[in-house]
Design a protein around this ligand. Structure first.
Ligand code: GLN
Length: 227
């Protein structure tokens, strides 16, 4: 069985653990909270939960996990949700003073808190591809979520596959950020897979719909994609 670590320094790590225990592939994995480099070294894949990206990065640094996490991202699958997506991005804008440590596993630029403040958090039905029952919308929960500002495809890195988008008109009019209706606006991209990494700007672990957890296990952990 593959050992799936969940970075358990801050944020919604318990929710990810519960979600993984409920999916069809649950018997193929062992779920393990990660707080030290020694435990990380025993993992075959990792989830970085939502929470507060600057805090998670700071705690990771204090635990001596930052460099081990960067090395991990070069050879093993990582899924980052919301704050975790910020940590997994290559470039982050709108950071706190002092900047934001990132792992850089996925070739995108994101803006922290890109949809606005806490009160502008929202839910939206997502258009997804590659999930089981793709025709059934997935409810995206966006809590002070990052926005994808740009995708950076390059011949030297695996292709970036867009897994979920916000359908036009699904964003409440109160949002600070209003993407253009055009399908080419990167700001409607809310989930991407690149190689064995998955980045979602929303929180699948805060719903009872386990399809993204199943997707990560099937398409990132048990997959032949290059890293
Ligand atoms: N705004 C948070 C951050 O920058 C992320 C919010 C979340 O994970 N729900 O870290």
């Amino acid at each position: 069985r593959e050992v799936v670590g969940i970075l358990a320094l801050q944020g919604a790590f318990i929710e990810h653990q519960i979600a993984l225990q409920r999916i069809p592939s649950a018997r193929k994995i062992i779920v393990c909270p990660v707080r030290t480099p020694e435990v990380l070294a025993r993992c075959d894949a990792l989830i970085i939960p939502g929470g507060e990206s600057t805090t998670i990065a700071l705690l990771a640094k204090l635990a001596g996990l930052l460099e081990p996490l960067r090395q991990f991202s070069k050879s093993k699958p990582i899924w980052g949700t919301c704050a975790g997506a910020i940590l997994l991005a290559q470039v982050v804008e709108n950071t706190k003073r002092g900047g934001q440590e990132v792992l850089g596993g996925v070739s995108v630029t994101v803006a922290r808190n890109g949809w606005g403040s806490q009160v502008e958090s929202f839910e939206a039905p997502l258009t997804v591809s590659g999930l089981d029952n793709s025709e059934k919308p997935f409810t995206g929960v966006f809590i002070r979520a990052p926005v994808v500002l740009a995708l950076h495809p390059h011949p030297d890195v695996p292709p970036i596959e867009v897994v979920a988008r916000l359908p036009p008109g699904s964003i409440p009019a109160s949002q600070t950020t209003q993407p253009q209706a055009g399908p080419d606006d990167p700001r409607i991209v809310v989930a991407v897979r690149q190689g064995k990494h998955l980045l979602t700007t929303f929180h699948p672990e805060l719903t009872t719909d386990g399809r993204f957890h199943e997707y990560f296990v099937q398409n990132c952990i048990f997959s032949s994609h290059p890293i």
